[in-house]
Design a binder for this molecule. Structure first.
Ligand code: DAK
Length: 260
């Protein structure tokens, strides 16, 4: 499928989607969000793909937020539609049956931080910058930032970032717990692919159920979460991969998972 505003690649069980509007620092307009939804659906439907890497083209920016030139003249209804398009895209990332890693290679501002937070985890380059500068534009985070950021770093820290609109460095973002690891810019993609390949070598159904178990269990009381985990754990025992994984261990060989 052809994309105007994305680079799209599949290799070694890893789908890579890179937002490709470097002249606008990869800002997200309606068309790009629609393409992103199509790309995610294409990756969801491809059984070869187990991990998705989301990044930005160029060495300056991951995603510098929603496209301000498109947003400026929106009326209220158009803004609601745009915000919903953002929400459904982020929801799609969170619910994808594949692991999604954000490789943040520069500015992740506004919608850029919000989309990275919807991924399963974030790796960043040393020059990455995170922030929610929406209040400097007379709006506030509209792609779930007021919801995911407090859940990720706590209410008080989230409020400081959202109310000031200030940017933080990759290292500060790591200290806050937004970012898992920080790499030199030139090795970000390679290091992210290394981790993605490790994940892709594991039982795909087990990884998928583990993702769902963490995410669905996160918002419910512990006892309910543990119950959901037990049911999903039981589901692993209906798969050929569980038999293969355990047989391979006992036969002292590498497993050959089929995703069945
Ligand atoms: N949108 C459109 N163009 C952008 C952009 C953006 N977010 N960010 C940068 N650009 C464009 C610049 O206009 C410039 O274009 P030309 O002038 O060359 O044509 C080009 O990218 C290079 O940018 P700069 O010349 O500004 O580069 P600098 O190195 O000087 O500065 C910067 C880099 C990232 C610090 C600066 O560009 C910047 O502050 N950008 C804006 C970042 C930002 O504010 N992002 C948040 C966007 S707001 C809602 C729904 C959604 C949202 C909110 C509410 N509701 C419905 C409630 C979402 C909001 C956002 O994400």
């Amino acid at each position: 499928m052809a994309y105007q505003n994305l680079l799209f690649d599949i290799a070694d069980g890893i789908g890579t989607v890179a937002v490709n509007r470097p002249k606008a620092l990869n800002a997200l307009n309606t068309e790009t969000l629609r393409e992103l939804q199509r790309a995610l659906q294409e990756l969801e439907n491809n059984p070869e793909v187990q991990v998705v890497i989301l990044t930005g083209v160029g060495d300056r920016s991951f995603i510098a937020g929603a496209d301000i030139s498109e947003m400026r003249d929106m009326n209220s209804l158009e803004a609601i539609r745009f915000s919903k398009l953002g929400h459904t895209t982020l929801d799609q990332i969170e619910r994808l049956g594949k692991v999604v890693i954000a490789a943040v290679n520069g500015f992740a501002l506004g919608g850029g931080t919000e989309i990275a937070l919807a991924c399963d985890f974030i790796f960043a380059s040393e020059n990455a910058k995170f922030g929610q500068p929406e209040v400097t534009l007379g709006v506030f985070p509209g792609f779930g930032g007021t919801q995911r950021l407090p859940r990720s770093i706590g209410k008080a820290r989230a409020k400081e970032l959202i109310f000031t609109g200030a940017m933080i460095s990759a290292e500060e973002a790591r200290d806050f717990g937004i970012v898992n690891r920080v790499f030199p810019a030139e090795s970000l993609v390679e290091e992210t692919r290394r981790v993605a390949k490790k994940i892709a070598s594991n039982g795909p159904i087990a990884v998928q159920l583990a993702k769902a178990s963490v995410d669905r269990g996160y918002d419910v009381p512990l006892r309910e979460g543990c119950h959901m985990e037990a049911v999903a754990f039981g589901a692993c025992f209906t798969t050929m991969d569980q038999k293969e994984g355990m047989t391979a261990f006992l036969e002292k060989r590498k497993p050959r998972f089929k995703g069945k």
